[in-house]
Design a protein around this ligand. Structure first.
Ligand code: OOG
Ligand code: NI
Length: 469
């Protein structure tokens, strides 16, 4: 008799919960932040019925409380190849390619996440996953040494590998296997206070780049933050100090707006943690900073056209005001951001009509009732009559400029080196053993599918949108 398999959605939910529990004991400030975010979110939903209604309609209301993203940094192609297979067990796939070397961080990255709407609404757990680019270490001796250290480590337990293989062969895992898989997979993300290298090696890696020391010196790719989603990032940022948490000076991403777009993020400084070095006769202690806290607020996904405008506006602000160490000019930066972003329409309807953002269409009950008679064959007329509704599709991905800012604020602002290099997506995909999915294509498909279904429900199958140029 075939055994019943547990859904990938459920495995992902169990894993997210286990990860959250683990991180809460590892980093107590994370628990504090979760409480603060829950409080602020509850207040937002109470005070803003329109927001509540919009989230409910989009099926997002239930996911907010469990929504988290984490980040890990891997050292080898093999590690990346296997993490893809591990995340596949939980229904997560690689979406997007982010080159951070241009911002002086020697990694390139992708985001593992669920892609279909139903899965996203159950639990949209994402992991920003970076691969160290050892070829960017200039010192050949050091590069060889780092390679040799990484080649020796095994970041997955043998049992985790066996369960991944079983999932691949059988097409799923049973309840008992899932319980084991969650516990075994978690081991890869656990913090280890014992470095695998001596204090002297650590220092040389650290001098090349703090990030290199973080990736190479440990037994595994400890999860370095776990981020809850807030509905009001400004409120959480303002209230962090009440709870003894100091946020970074500016919120990354777009300014506060009526219609939220993309992603806004802020983080608090990494903890300075005691570590014990290996290889010395007497245990030598040191400290390492890797793990930090972050919160995010998500808005509508932008089309290629909207994104180009976003990138241009952000670049113009950053060209005008450079926030200094310690947050100098943070106020001027925020003001400039608000000012310049006035060029991007702040109404859902304008964003939609100008093809700047993605929306999910649905037939209203009034529309379905009216469909017994002839309806106008123009989507704009259907919207005007209240027969066709639309709601923003939330942005599920990351922003490279913001990610670089998050990396840098945790590496210390003194590390602004830039690598004279180009991105290497091909090498990343070869290591991954798959192509990364194009996030814009995923949003476009969801918009188109929703429109088709709505038109079908209105008896107008095949009707297309006309957008303003
Ligand atoms: C990842 C930093 C990027 C985000 O939210 O943009 C990130 C890392 O520090 O490993 O998590
Ligand atoms: Ni993050």
């Amino acid at each position: 008799m075939p055994q019943a398999f547990v859904s990938t959605d459920r495995i992902r939910s169990l894993f997210t919960e286990a990860m959250s529990q683990m991180y809460r004991t590892e980093v107590p400030q994370y628990g504090t932040l979760i409480e603060l975010v829950a409080e602020v979110n509850a207040g937002c939903l109470e005070n803003d019925p329109e927001l509540r209604e919009r989230l409910a309609r989009a099926g997002e209301l239930e996911r907010i409380d469990v929504e988290r993203h984490g980040a890990i940094r891997l050292g080898t192609a093999d590690e990346l190849f296997t993490i893809r297979r591990l995340f596949a067990v939980m229904g997560m796939q690689a979406v997007g390619y982010y080159d951070l070397s241009v911002a002086g961080v020697p990694v390139h990255s992708t985001c593992f996440r669920p892609i279909d709407e139903a899965a996203l609404n159950v639990n949209p757990f994402r992991v920003f996953t970076s691969l160290l680019r050892l070829e960017l270490i200039e010192d050949e001796g050091l590069r060889g040494e780092a390679e040799a250290i990484l080649a020796k480590r095994r970041i997955y337990t043998p049992r985790a590998i066996a369960l991944i293989e079983r999932h691949e062969q059988n097409g799923g895992l049973t309840e008992a296997e899932v319980t084991e898989f969650v516990a075994e997979a978690l081991e890869t993300f656990r913090w280890h206070g014992e470095a695998t290298v001596s204090a002297e090696t650590y220092k040389r890696l650290h001098d090349a780049h703090r990030l290199i020391a973080d990736v190479v010196s440990f037994k595994g790719p400890h999860i370095n933050h776990l981020t809850p989603r807030t509905l009001d990032i400004d409120a959480v940022q303002a209230r962090m100090p009440e709870r003894g948490i100091t946020p970074k000076a500016v919120i990354e991403g777009p300014p506060r707006r009526h219609c939220d777009i993309l992603l806004r993020q802020t983080s608090f400084k990494a903890l300075e943690e005691t570590i014990i070095f290996a290889g010395d006769a007497a245990a030598v202690q040191g400290t390492h900073t890797a793990r930090f806290g972050e919160i995010e607020q998500r808005g509508v996904a932008l089309t290629a056209k909207g994104r180009a405008l976003y990138d241009r506006l952000l670049a113009s602000v950053r060209g005008e005001v450079q926030v200094g160490a310690g947050g100098a000019k943070a106020g001027a930066y925020d003001n400039e951001l608000v000012e310049r972003f006035k060029a991007l329409p702040d109404s859902w309807d304008e964003l939609r009509r100008q093809d700047l953002a993605f929306f999910r269409y649905s037939a209203t009950s009034a529309g379905i009732a009216a469909a017994v008679n002839t309806l106008p064959d123009d989507p704009e007329a259907l919207i005007a009559k209240g027969y066709l509704a639309f709601s923003p599709i939330v942005y599920e991905d990351f922003l490279p400029v913001s990610a670089a800012g998050i990396f840098q604020s945790n590496l210390g602002t003194d590390q602004q080196q830039n690598y004279a290099t180009h991105s290497n997506r091909d090498a990343f995909e070869v290591a991954l053993g798959a192509s990364v999915q194009d996030e814009l294509a995923l949003y476009a498909e969801r918009q188109a599918a929703s429109l088709d279904a709505a038109m079908e429900a209105l008896g107008l199958a095949g009707l297309q949108l006309k957008t303003v140029a």
